[in-house]
Design a protein around this ligand. Sequence first.
Ligand SMILES: [Zn+2]
Length: 251
Amino acid sequence: MIAELETVASWLRAASRVVVLTGAGISTESGIPDFRGPKGVWTKNPAAEKTATLEYYLGDPEVRRRAWQNRLDSEYWTAEPNAAHHALVDLERRGAMHFLVTQNIDGLHHAAGQSPGIIIEIHGNVREAKCMSCDWRGPMAETLDRLRAGDPDPACLVCGGILKSATISFGENLVAADLERAQREAARADVFLALGTSLGVYPAAALPEIALRAGARLVIVNEQETPFDSVADVVLRDRLETVLPALAAAV
Ligand SMILES: [Zn+2]
């Protein structure tokens, strides 16, 4: 691994545009469960997937009550960034990373101190609540306070509409402007790092394709195989909490 890390570090030093994509694998060490992995929340309890499906959420107050209760008890509120998140902040400070697209909704890249302006949370985030009828958005903490005060399904205070976490549910469109920006950045990359993602969920999985077509080097760090392993320049199976700090130190 040492020789490969040295090679990747040399690419990062030479690159003028390094784009990173992160998935669930970077946050498991922080105690955030992977939803679809073997020990994932939805794998163990398929009924829980309903709370993340827009049609059920909008159509069934009972599903919403369960979703809010799950939010209240969620590991998101105690999770902290781990060594891998911090190493990405290091890479940014060293000028060796320029843009970050994450599939994660946990907000841990922000919590680690990554510049907010270079992050796209392509599946939204749990730190905010949003109204499904008007443009209202606000801190999740305020909506959870209303829940604790006894409202099991808090409605929008502006228009009375249904509130939801500001994540992208199944059946809900991604934010087009975010997706377009992510695609533009992928096309500008000299090096594209895919970290802790199975690269099986589109449209995020299209980003390394775009980068490769534009001539970027592709580096994959993931504990499981991905469909892009055969076209990647380097594939590392090691843990991100080990690899990324070593990489940041070598750049
Ligand atoms: Zn509203």
